[in-house]
Design a protein around this ligand. Sequence first.
Ligand SMILES: NC(=O)c1ccc[n+]([C@@H]2O[C@H](COP(=O)([O-])OP(=O)(O)OC[C@H]3O[C@@H](n4cnc5c(N)ncnc54)[C@H](OP(=O)(O)O)[C@@H]3O)[C@@H](O)[C@H]2O)c1
Length: 300
Amino acid sequence: MSISSSSAAAAPTPAPSARLLPGAPVADQILADVESRAAALRARGITPSLATILVGDDDASAGYIRIKQRQAASLGFASPHRHLPATATQDDLHAVIDEFNEDRDVHALLIQYPIPQHLDYDAALMRVDPDKDVDGMHPLNLGRLAAGIPGPLPCTPAGIEALLAHHGIPVSGREVVILGRGATLGRPLAMLLAQKRPTANAAVTVVHTGVPDWSRYTRRADILIAAVGVPGIIQPEHVKPGAVVVGGGVRYEGRRLLPDVDESCAAVAGAITPRVGGVGPTTVAMLFRNAIEAAERRFT
Ligand SMILES: NC(=O)c1ccc[n+]([C@@H]2O[C@H](COP(=O)([O-])OP(=O)(O)OC[C@H]3O[C@@H](n4cnc5c(N)ncnc54)[C@H](OP(=O)(O)O)[C@@H]3O)[C@@H](O)[C@H]2O)c1
């Protein structure tokens, strides 16, 4: 008796699916730690404080600020806020930054990005007291990172390191390839993961538009991290079978999030961050970790 080819075709083999690496449990653990450290400070009569500045009337930015304020309140932080009109000048913005810099009750400061186009974000960032820089993006703090001196770390790179550690992904001694060398993500992440620490200590390669055959590098990565902002740039053929794939880069079209990593990569990867809820929650958690550390530094 022969087996009919149609019945054989009727039982497709399911595509192998990678283990998911969600950010929420990582963020929950970090925030629980922040909350207990905030309580310890309050027991000493010190209320940790994360100040926020919003310039203009962008709905999405106002929404992000409200989320951070709610989170700040739930963790036991004060969150003084200043909202400047879209017509504010650079001097207006600097005056508010100076005010928060000088306020001894404010320990950390966030300028919601983006700001209106006529304003210079980098100049505003340079004005922030580096010890209150909650994003870890002040040039002095990037210099501390490069030199291995403790200080506020850039939130998304620190979140990715925490995500890998939390999910038990070994990094030390492994080949990490980062696609993208942007100042927010790829470049500081490369510095972080190359540091001599158990959760880092990797052989890190960074590729970008200057390396047109970048897939030659990504295909040999044990851990591939997308830090680009070009939707779907990472396809299955760019991934080594069984590799860990982390999607850091995203682009927003309206409220729609378009990630760098195509979902089909899950069929090739051994582990992968989910399309939504991967790196993002860890970034927010790291912001509060930087804030609590800024408050603790003031009183040690
Ligand atoms: N998930 C989060 O919470 C979070 C937080 C921060 C940032 N992000 C996202 O992370 C991404 C990177 O941010 P960033 O500020 O570092 O960006 P960026 O400064 O724009 O850098 C993008 C990098 O990608 C490279 N690139 C662009 N197109 C490429 C291509 N076709 N082939 C190869 N390389 C290409 C660029 O190469 P060149 O240098 O050669 O131009 C550059 O190095 C963005 O999508 C951002 O939205 C996410």
